[in-house]
Design a protein around this ligand. Structure first.
Ligand code: GLA
Length: 695
């Protein structure tokens, strides 16, 4: 059993964790425990019954409520805030006496209702036992005859054991510079991370990890979580004056409201969270396994080695030039050839064409079919770049439908990269995009789409919409999922990449539709090491598309650049016509090597041995699930001499089995490689790929 009833509550157990909640004497649904699984049911603590604190804080302020609403004499950052039709803005939730709760082996549903108004708040819990994850989401049901304005509705409040001091680890960055790790102490007050940009954003990611400043990569207790949402989101980590630490996670309530009409429901996105005592590495391995098996649309996919033409040709694409690149790519062993931006009607630069998704007559007088056939004849699949949510004012689409973009009637339409954002909350825009892309995919043998989104929001208006205008943030993302999902369902053989100027749309929500993610527009290998490390805390290598390009080619060897990209889903993005024969031969060798090791990289366990964000000598290791093979990458960027590189302590091997390592004479036990270590000698800007085999 993974969910069990205990006196006045429930325990949710995963492979190694326990999570308990229940009702306290005051009838409040309270958090009781989250941590290592306890042997006996009676081990789980009872719900607390705190008294108030002087006249300034009521008992609910001190109660670790599972889903606190705004109301009463409590100042906890709430999960739910509404205004009823009569203007009342106070909520008093209790377990619904009519429906209470129900549970199965893996799902617990608890119904809360307001004590006066017919508003039902259903809390959903789902246990993903094998991954030590608990999923939470919430549904609101307006059972009344009047509208309710919802001003905040989060997915969960996650409670940490009280009276402890925590550090919060999160990622931050900007375009070209995503996924930098930051670990900072939480102090009394609220730390907010969010996106207000309509997408997940390059700046933060809806992922958190908390520890007591005692965890490292391999060991120590950590609590971690994500939100599966690709629009505005908010995480707030609160430490109260009574040393209670909680993390709120959900839709951002900034500029948000939802008109919950009579008899209507609203469902939040899911938050997934977990606990492990295996450090940051243990947390990310759980997320990786979960994404690979449960979240992505094609769980057992082997991701192909691709070539992307963007950095080689920019907008200057045509059949001849693309086929020249394709021939060289095929000779090197590339499996999928992707034509990027520039192929569609009127697209010569970034100032025209977006919206008109048919081949440009000048560049492709016979359409795309001859190119696709040429690529297929070379033994490769064909993929294409699209940016469906965008429109250039200089396009047939915009000239026909200027009202289809997000805008306010009295304001200028602010352009970003000369483009405006189509309002895909509108059903007519959704239908238009679906039928256009459907036709493109039906008429061509296209097996890969790179779905891009190259600006953030401005003037988020929808003047024709009736009702609550601030619903746009959520309706836009629902529209995105609807379009993408419809196309996926109609074309199940197509593989999809999520890109938003690099890593601007990387999250567990989009991974339900997308097979892989373009992590950053920054393809410079040493910068990429750090970006990829941050990404790897949240997402598995099977989703991490990484290209070898010509960035810093005079400083960084082709082999180093390949090794960095081989840490995920290998792609090539350099200008192959400028690569020498020797370079292409080397690339061919490395691509062949990648194909030999990719199952371990894409579906094995990832261990970060030394952080490239903290050390110029870094290392990462992948171990096959049966521990029979491992792959070790080590990178040295710049360290002035004299230097003695420290040993690398391998991880995840079978301690009693014996392993040999490429280029090393000794055969030793897994225990020895893990604890006595391995010395890898590297010069500046040199890297090494070592394969490890059980003998
Ligand atoms: C974005 C993407 C790039 C490329 C360009 C094309 O910046 O991240 O990879 O596709 O758009 O315009």
């Amino acid at each position: 059993m993974t969910i069990r009833a205990i006196p006045q509550g429930w325990v949710l157990e995963t492979r190694t964790t326990g999570y308990a909640l229940g009702v306290n004497d005051a009838g409040r649904l309270s958090h009781r425990y989250w941590g290592v699984r306890l042997p006996y049911l009676e081990d789980y603590p009872l719900a607390a019954n705190p008294a108030g604190w002087a006249s300034f804080n009521g008992p609910t302020h001190l109660t670790p409520e599972e889903y606190p609403a705004y109301g009463g004499i409590s100042y906890i950052d709430p999960c739910l805030k509404v205004t009823f039709a009569d203007g009342v803005r106070d909520l008093v939730l209790q377990i619904d006496p009519a429906q209470q709760a129900s549970f199965s082996q893996t799902e617990l549903t608890i119904h809360l209702c307001d004590t006066y108004y017919p508003l039902l708040v259903t809390l959903h819990y789902r246990v993903h036992a094998e991954y030590d994850l608990i999923e939470r989401w919430v549904t609101l049901h307006n059972l009344s005859e009047q509208n309710i304005t919802v001003e905040r509705v989060l997915s969960a409040q996650w409670h940490l054991p009280g009276h402890e001091k925590y550090h919060l680890t999160h990622v931050n960055g900007r375009w070209l510079d995503e996924f930098h790790l930051l670990r900072e102490p939480l102090v009394q007050g609220i730390k907010v991370l969010e996106s207000r940009r309509l997408t997940t954003s390059h700046h933060h990611n809806p992922w958190f990890t908390l520890d007591r400043n005692t965890a490292d990569e391999q060991r120590g207790e950590v609590w971690f979580g994500v939100l599966a949402w690709s629009g505005n989101w908010r995480i707030s980590a609160e430490v109260t004056e009574f040393a209670s630490t909680r993390v709120n996670i959900g839709l951002n309530d900034w500029d948000f409201a939802w008109n919950l009409a009579a008899k209507q429901s609203f469902t939040t996105p899911s938050s997934y969270a977990g606990y492990t005592d295996e450090g940051f590495g243990g947390a990310s391995r759980r997320l990786h396994d979960f994404v690979r098996t449960t979240v992505v649309p094609n769980p057992h996919l082997t991701h192909k080695v691709l070539y992307n033409s963007w950095e080689a040709t920019l907008f200057d694409v045509n059949e001849h030039a693309q086929l020249e690149l394709a021939r060289l790519a095929a000779e090197m062993g590339v499996e999928l050839f992707v034509m990027d931006d520039g192929w569609f009607h009127g697209r010569t630069l970034d100032n025209a064409g977006l919206g008109d998704w048919w081949p440009d007559k000048q560049k492709f007088p016979q359409g795309l079919t001859p190119l696709i056939q040429g690529v297929n004849a070379l033994g490769m699949d064909f993929g294409l770049w699209l940016e469906p949510e965008m429109v250039n004012p200089d396009s047939d689409l915009y000239r026909a439908h200027p009202d289809w973009v997000l805008h306010f009637p009295t304001r200028a339409r602010t352009e970003g990269r000369n483009q405006l954002i189509l309002n895909i909350a509108r059903p007519d825009v959704q239908d238009y995009l679906i039928s256009l892309i459907d036709r493109l995919l039906s008429e061509h043998t296209i097996t890969f789409i790179k779905w891009d989104m190259n600006r953030n929001v401005s003037e988020p208006g929808w003047p024709e919409a009736e009702g609550e205008p601030r619903e746009i943030w959520v309706r836009y993302v629902q529209g995105l999922y609807h379009i993408w999902h419809t196309l996926r369902t109609r074309h199940p053989g197509v593989i999809w990449q999520s890109c938003s100027g690099g890593g601007g749309r990387a999250d567990f929500g989009i991974l339900r539709e997308a097979d892989q993610i373009w992590v950053s527009d920054n393809t410079e290998a040493t910068a990429r090491l750090a970006i990829q490390e941050g990404f790897s805390h949240i997402f598995p290598p099977s989703t991490m598309e990484a290209w070898v390009t010509d960035a810093s080619e005079h400083l960084i060897s082709l082999e180093f650049r390949f090794h960095v990209s081989m840490c995920g889903v290998l792609g090539i993005g350099g200008h192959l016509l400028r690569w020498s024969e020797r370079e292409r031969a080397e690339a061919k060798r490395l691509i062949a090597q990648y194909k030999e090791i990719r199952s371990t990289i894409q579906s094995g366990d990832l261990y970060r041995l030394r952080s490239p964000q903290h050390h110029p000598f870094s290392a990462i290791q992948y171990v096959s699930k049966d521990r029979s093979e491992a792959v070790l990458f080590a990178f040295r960027t710049y360290i002035p001499d004299p230097v003695e590189l420290p040993p690398l302590y391998l991880c995840g091997l079978d301690p009693d089995a014996r392993y040999r390592i490429d280029g090393v004479d000794d055969v030793r036990s897994g225990q020895a490689w893990m604890h006595a270590g391995l010395r890898v000698g590297l010069n500046n800007f040199q890297s090494s790929l070592l394969r490890v085999w059980r003998v």
